[in-house]
Design a protein around this ligand. Structure first.
Ligand code: CMC
Length: 365
């Protein structure tokens, strides 16, 4: 039987949330290139309602999200317990989301805005607590992105940086049936609660073939910089050893990831303004060589590695940023799947041998 490996090209369901048809990314029919300057809150509304909001609806959503960003003391105490262990931040996040589901919302009654707001603050808290930094207070009169940046960096960002990071969040907000969203939908299809779906999504995002790639990209740049190896020699060596170069290639986009094109400009700008051009220049050299050698293009995780570094983040926390942005899309898909009500339960083709059981076999001496 000829089966598509990794479900490549298999359409498993209809959706009104987003599309990558013809390698063009759209959210509820709107091209990402037109949404990149929309506010994060507008895009949250669009993905959750599949229609653009009125000015009042955006204001109301912003107010609600910001008012829900404060974490209860009990949740902070629990995150402190988990975050003090020397674990990977994505492992801490996985446990934290699961804990949020047991302590904050035993009956699964939290609504999407509450969950998104808590996720953002919890991620910022994980980042700061693992570095023994004090937690910052939410400002009710600031927007969601400004507050989120303040919570994880400890500094009020400039309007220019809020704008750039808002675009990063918008571009990551959804991506139809990627691995973590599909995972969330499988769990949602059993009618499990929101936090169970999100915990599963975080687990799927962690891997380096999905969201975990951004951390690996920066590790590669840092290694090249520290060892002084020529980028081309580094790439040659990795490819000769049969290793993939993180941040390149995509299941859907064979001629370039539309998000990466926009993120490249942001990475360049942030690198210039934070004295990090050395990393952006390395990325340029690697991207040019990768195209020449493999015809592969950078994906969404390639330029965010430099962007997150410029924001002062440790590379181990990069994927938690992806989770913060993607929670919007996860929630939209969980709701769509639960409303649809169909259990996702595919079939497999058994290719092992058939036997008759006759009891345990005595081990040979
Ligand atoms: N470096 C080197 N070779 C690559 C790479 C890469 N990054 N990506 C694909 N290839 C090669 C691959 O070895 C294969 O070669 P061959 O046909 O000779 O065996 C060919 O290109 C096709 O690759 P594939 O892995 O079969 O393609 P896929 O559609 O299954 O994989 C991918 C997509 C993203 C898993 C893969 O490109 C990859 O592993 N990239 C590196 C990890 C990465 O950057 N992940 C983030 C993806 S974008 C954000 C997200 O959605 O999470």
């Amino acid at each position: 039987m000829d089966l598509p490996k990794g479900l490549a090209g298999v359409v498993i369901s209809e959706t009104k949330i987003s599309s990558t048809k013809d390698a063009k990314l759209t959210y509820s029919g709107y091209p990402i290139q037109e949404l990149k300057d929309a506010s994060f809150e507008e895009v949250v509304y669009l993905l959750w309602h599949q229609e653009t909001p009125t000015v009042e609806q955006v204001q109301d959503l912003r107010k609600l999200l910001v008012s829900e960003m404060k974490l209860p003391d009990e949740t902070i105490r629990l995150i402190k317990e988990v975050a003090k262990e020397p674990q990977h931040p994505m492992s801490i996040l996985r446990t934290t989301v699961s804990l949020l589901g047991t302590t904050h919302n035993e009956d699964g009654l939290d609504q999407p805005p509450v969950i998104l707001a808590k996720m953002l603050t919890a991620i910022a808290a994980i980042i700061r607590l693992r570095d023994n930094q004090k937690l910052m207070e939410v400002h009710e009169d600031w927007g969601v992105v400004e507050n989120f940046m303040y919570l994880f960096t400890g500094q009020r960002p400039s309007p220019e940086y809020v704008k750039m990071f808002s675009t990063v969040m918008v571009l990551h907000a959804d991506h139809e049936f990627n691995a973590s969203t599909f995972t969330a939908r499988v769990v949602a299809s059993t009618q499990a609660d929101y936090y169970s779906c999100l915990t599963a999504a975080v687990c799927a995002l962690k891997g380096p073939l999905h969201g975990g790639a951004n951390e690996q990209v920066f590790k590669m740049l840092a290694e090249i910089r520290e060892t002084g190896i020529k980028p081309i020699d580094y790439i040659e060596k990795q490819i000769a050893a049969g290793k993939k170069i993180m941040g390149f290639g995509h299941r859907i986009y064979k001629h370039g990831d539309p998000r990466a094109k926009i993120l490249r400009g942001i990475a360049e700008k942030m690198a210039q303004t934070t004295n990090n051009s050395v990393y952006f220049d390395l990325e340029e050299q690697i991207a040019n060589y990768m195209f020449e050698k493999t015809k592969l293009y950078p994906n969404v995780d390639y330029y965010t590695a430099v962007i997150y570094h410029c924001l002062g983040l440790d590379s181990s926390t990069f994927t938690t940023m992806f989770a913060a942005c993607r929670t919007t899309g996860w929630m939209a898909h969980i709701i769509e799947q639960q409303t649809d009500g169909t259990l996702i339960r595919p079939s497999s083709e058994y290719v092992g041998e058939m036997h008759h059981y006759t009891g345990p076999i005595k081990a040979q001496a």
